[in-house]
Design a binder for this molecule. Structure first.
Ligand code: KG4
Ligand code: ZN
Length: 362
């Protein structure tokens, strides 16, 4: 077990005081990010150094290049985060870092930096699951928010419906059986020659298109499952492209709008199904795809129709950033949790589950 409870009872209140500064680090994929968050909810700085330009010509993230770039950027990014927060290293009370899932070489840069800083400063550090970070982007900006809640996490690597029983206790009640939603956006964008990352490009095209122009599959519709499947959608788009030799701007935007509508339909209907099944009214949205305007609008409407409330972070906190990691880490530090020097990067790390007897089952 890499995370453990510290000996002696900490005063949880001190961590939620604006005087407690947590330095967050995020290097799981293609953003090198460092943030200073005060009292779990106040963002003092959130520096995000994106590698998009580096990977764009390859059409996706190249793991070896990502790791090298993180190594080059981590120190200047931490320095900038401290500078923008008007904080010095000795004012930092704790360090939080994403230690999985993600690209192993990329994660290692953040984990090693966190350990080095913790050792040099004599301050506690805590490893955070990357998806837990995405979920906590909501707690970061909505201090009044309390579990139980249901969170739809949609990113390039994940499409999960997570029941949050209590802080730090999760139960994945639905997940993708193949591609993640963001991965589907990226693959379709690549098929259409729209570049990387695909989500924002497809969304921009879809704005001018007709969502009913082309039929798209809604996988697993009508089945008694909270799981998702998006690989058939990509195949459907590939087949349509072959059948449409004349790809003018109109067909391009219609294809994007039809694809996006299919993804959003499935995400919204499965979330509503989960709300009913689990009896949950508080719903959170997180992950890179949560930046999608159509998903935000449609999900908010659907949750409201069920008598619930949807919480979502602003778009900049939906994609990878270290402020969300600092927030999740602060909640863990406040519960007395600490990571040991044996903390390692875990590329396929599972979300910490609630005990079977205490969580919702689905
Ligand atoms: O959370 P994130 O930054 O990284 C992962 O943890 O994967 O998510 C990145 C994903 C990419 O697949 C990207 O195409 C997608 O989020 N994305 C979007 C939008 N912005 C980012 N997908 C749909 N619409 C968007 N506006
Ligand atoms: Zn992410």
């Amino acid at each position: 077990m890499q995370n453990s409870l510290a000996g002696g009872a900490p005063d949880p209140g001190q961590y939620f005081d604006s005087g407690f500064l947590c330095l967050g680090l995020e290097t799981s994929c293609d953003e090198t990010s460092a943030a200073v968050v005060a009292g779990a909810h106040q963002i003092r700085s959130n520096v995000i150094s994106s590698q998009i330009a580096v990977h764009q010509r390859f059409g996706g993230v190249v793991p070896e290049i990502a790791a090298r770039r993180h190594l080059e950027r981590i120190v200047p990014v931490v320095e900038q985060a401290l500078q923008e927060a008007h904080a010095s290293l000795d004012q930092i009370g704790g360090i939080a870092v994403s230690y999985g899932p993600g690209l192993v070489g990329a994660l290692l840069v953040g984990v090693s930096a966190a350990k080095g800083l913790a050792l040099a400063l004599g301050k506690p550090f805590i490893g955070v699951h990357h998806v837990e970070g995405h979920i906590y982007a909501n707690f970061l900006v909505h201090p009044e928010l309390e579990p139980p809640a249901l969170c739809l996490t949609v990113s390039g690597g994940h499409t999960d419906l997570v029941y949050i029983r209590a802080h730090g206790e999760f139960r994945v009640v639905g997940r993708t059986r193949d591609d993640a939603a963001g991965e589907a956006f990226d693959k379709v964008a690549r098929l259409l020659g729209l570049g990387y990352p695909g989500g924002p490009a497809v969304e921009a095209q879809a704005r001018q298109g007709d969502p009913q122009a082309y039929p798209m599959p809604r996988a697993l519709a009508g089945e008694d499952t909270l799981d998702f499947s998006f690989s058939g959608l990509k195949t459907a788009v590939a087949r349509l492209i072959q059948e449409l030799p004349d790809r003018n701007p109109r067909t391009l935007s219609n294809l994007c709008a039809s694809f996006q509508a299919a993804v959003v339909d499935v995400l919204v209907s499965r979330t509503v199904q989960a709300m009913k099944k689990l009896g949950v009214r508080t719903v959170l949205l997180s992950g890179g795809v949560a930046a999608n305007g159509e998903l935000r609008r449609r999900l908010e409407e659907a949750v409201r129709q069920q008598g619930g409330r949807l919480y979502m972070p602003p778009a900049i906190l939906c994609t990878d950033n270290a402020a969300m990691v600092a927030c999740a880490g602060t909640y863990r530090l406040a519960r007395g949790e600490r990571s040991g020097w044996d903390l390692n990067a875990v590329p396929s790390l599972a979300l910490p589950e609630a005990p079977a007897a205490s969580g919702a089952s689905a």
